[in-house]
Design a protein around this ligand. Structure first.
Ligand code: HEC
Ligand code: HEC
Length: 438
């Protein structure tokens, strides 16, 4: 609907990391040619989920394994240039060292993590006792739910696709539109929203009072809890648990670490099609302008030209509404529910202080991380892209008419042939494929 209007707005580019820009500069060849591998080597397998216990709900259906790519032509990948190597190395090391959320006094505390882990799978947190966080965030689906849009408590779809929660601690705005500036502040929403869990303060108080296990765990964390802050403390314990959901090291990380130590021969152990896909990702595809750094996300918001109507009459304003929501949120990092900052030089509230709504934010959504993406289909904020092949086709055929100006300067149709598309998918799959131990 607003494409015409949005195209008129003036825009500036969001900050781009140096690591991403490296990929744009000219290439100098230094590597040795890796030997091509059978493309079936890129068949994805499941990401192992260490941190999660059994949900206690209906057993989850296993995912159908992906069909291996079979393409007849398999040209050797060209040797890696030094610029390509620098760009690849910037997507690690993995995992990223843990730093506690300075506004959440439970962050990183084992007792809080355990309390949060139990609550995440507990259907008693929902108004009807029938759903838990884990219903829409399923461990074997990368903590997403496999639906285009999640089903609300009273039937009908929610407005958006359930986000996978792996590596969520590395983000600084939460939700597809970044409607909260901390993980625990975001969690208050599904907790209280009738369409998701619908757990009101009195229901939560009754749950804690009636369950000696939960209440003793809570007292271990805070011997004198303030009863008016129970809901906030529950959100903080849930956030402490979610911060532990790191995606495992992958086949990509083996390659990346080898390149970081100058071992170019290691490219021979990485599938040839995936290596060509990776060169496309950091090269002509310019994917790493937005899918930056170890988590493959710059944590910011862009319009890539996906539809943004929730239904025939209602647009999803995306980041435009997200900015307003953060500023109006009494639980934001500027509010009084944030625990005292231990190290004032590292105050994440700075971002919130500088936040201002801008017209260009209409139809922008947060850049998703790409680790473990094989598990979280369908894709996009509305789940309108069923598989990775559909995502790649979108970027290949992107309609510039749908984008506002900053998107236009970053994206252009790539016109990939079948081999290039398959290569890009093969690379993306290695971000979900567990590292091979020697
Ligand atoms: C009915 C399905 C449903 C339930 C139940 C649900 N969620 Fe979600 N969750 C979603 C959807 C959909 C989104 C995307 C929200 C958006 O962008 O507006 C989401 C997003 C999130 C995010 C943001 C992730 C990110 O990367 O920014 C977190 C954190 C989260 N949920 C945690 C929880 C917790 C904790 C619970 C239980 C208290 C819960 N959710 C219950 C569907 C659900
Ligand atoms: C201008 C920034 C930008 C560029 C460049 C970009 N992306 Fe994206 N990407 C996004 C945003 C934003 C989304 C989410 C869009 C939405 O939901 O409407 C996304 C979504 C995705 C998804 C879906 C992930 C999910 O969990 O839903 C994949 C996969 C993906 N991009 C891969 C790529 C590849 C491959 C390239 C290069 C061909 C690329 N991206 C280039 C910003 C970008």
């Amino acid at each position: 609907m607003r494409c015409g209007l949005r195209r008129l707005t003036s825009v500036t580019l969001l900050g781009l990391s140096l690591g991403a820009l490296v990929a744009l500069s000219a290439c100098r060849s230094v590597g040795t040619a890796p030997s091509p591998q059978s493309s079936s080597a890129s068949t994805a397998s499941s990401v192992t989920q260490a941190a999660v216990a059994s949900p206690g709900l209906t057993p989850l259906t296993p995912l159908t394994p992906l069909t291996p790519l079979t393409l007849s032509t398999s040209p050797k990948p060209p040797p890696l240039s030094s610029d390509e190597i620098a760009a690849i190395v910037s997507h690690g090391p993995w995992p990223v060292a843990f730093t506690p959320d300075p506004g959440n006094r439970f962050s990183g505390q084992p007792a809080a993590i355990e309390l949060g882990r139990r609550l995440f799978a507990d259907p008693r947190l929902s108004a009807d006792g029938k759903r838990a966080c884990i219903s829409c965030h399923q461990p074997n689906r990368g903590f997403a739910d496999g639906l285009a849009r999640s089903v609300a408590a009273h039937g009908g779809p929610l407005d958006r696709n359930s986000q996978g929660l792996l590596d969520v601690r590395l983000q600084h705005w939460f939700g597809w539109d970044g409607a909260a500036d901390s993980l625990w502040a975001f969690v208050l929403r599904p907790l209280g929203d009738d369409r998701e869990m619908g757990a009101g303060p009195s229901a939560l108080a009754a749950l804690m009072a009636g369950d000696p296990d939960l209440s003793s765990r809570y007292r271990m964390l805070d011997p004198n809890p303030d009863p008016t802050r129970l809901r906030i403390d529950i959100a903080k314990a849930l956030a402490a648990y979610l911060e532990t959901l790191d995606s495992p090291r992958t086949r990509f990380d083996t390659l990346r670490d080898a390149l970081a130590r100058g071992d170019l021969a290691a490219t021979a152990d990485y599938p040839g099609d995936a290596l060509r896909g990776l060169q496309l990702f950091v090269g002509r595809g310019r994917c790493n302008l937005c899918h930056v750094g170890p988590a493959f996300s710059n944590g910011e918001f862009h319009d890539i030209g996906r539809p943004f109507m929730v239904d025939a009459s209602r647009p999803d304003p995306g980041r435009h509404a997200g900015v307003k929501a953060v500023l109006a949120d009494p639980y934001n990092r500027l509010g009084r529910y944030v625990d005292p900052i231990v190290d004032p030089t590292d105050d994440p509230a700075v971002r919130t202080r500088h936040l201002a709504p801008a017209h260009r934010n209409f139809g922008e959504f947060r850049v998703p991380g790409l680790r473990g993406a094989v598990l979280t289909a369908p894709y996009g904020h509305d789940g309108s892209l069923p598989g990775l092949a559909d995502v790649v086709r979108h970027y290949s055929e992107i309609d510039l008419e749908r984008l506002h100006a900053d998107g236009e300067s970053l994206l252009r149709p790539l016109h990939l042939d079948a081999q290039q598309s398959a290569d890009l998918i093969a690379f993306l799959r290695t971000l979900s494929e567990p590292e091979r131990r020697p």
